[in-house]
Design a protein around this ligand. Structure first.
Ligand code: FES
Length: 187
């Protein structure tokens, strides 16, 4: 995990333009750099943009895309909306909690994976849905979700986990908050 570097934050501010109009874009880039918004970075953004610190914190806490605590290198989100819940979302989440040895809303001790439960992603026809590193996967099973997380966190060059069976063809459905031109095949 990257440690906060004030020089890097200044580069991000300069790249976006040191203007309060660009504060959201700057916070997005800082979040992308560190996987969360370090307190020192928020203070630096406020200072450089001549904004009240409280105002920057308001932005950082209002938008769900921002996190004030460190996230794992990989993000795993399980949809817990009604359709996904009925089709096994809760079991998938429970299985991932056991596999990762963490509770939903937390991060593994090695900082590799953050596990979240999220509300309906707007693609209920593909339920249950798991999003790994911003890639949505529909019609998931608990076993397939575990394999996907193992795949995402496997060291580069490591032997690939057993292949996950291909899902049924899925219609293109918009999913809120993630890039969603299509649900990619598993495996
Ligand atoms: S309930 Fe999961 S996508 Fe709607």
């Amino acid at each position: 995990m990257n440690t906060m570097n004030s020089q890097r934050v200044n580069e991000i501010i300069a790249a976006n333009g040191a203007d309060r109009m660009n504060s959201l874009a700057i916070l997005e880039d800082v979040q992308r750099e560190y996987n969360f918004l370090p307190r020192a970075a928020i203070e630096q953004v406020a200072k450089e943009l001549h904004m009240p610190l409280g105002h920057v914190y308001q932005l950082a806490t209002f938008f769900k895309a921002f996190s004030l605590s460190p996230k794992g290198e990989h993000q795993c989100k399980v949809c817990l909306g009604t359709a996904c819940h009925v089709k096994g979302g809760a079991l998938i989440l429970e299985t991932l909690e056991k596999e990762l040895k963490i509770k939903v809303g937390s991060t593994t001790v090695d900082g590799k994976v953050s596990l979240e439960g999220v509300r309906c992603l707007g693609a209920c026809a593909l339920a249950p849905i798991v999003v790994v590193d911003n890639q949505p996967h529909g019609q998931m099973t608990a076993d397939a979700a575990v394999r996907m997380v193992k795949e995402a966190t496997a060291p580069k060059g490591a032997a690939a986990p057993a292949p996950v069976p291909a899902p049924k063809p899925a219609a293109k459905v918009p999913v809120r908050g993630v890039d969603l031109s299509a649900v990619p095949p598993r495996g």
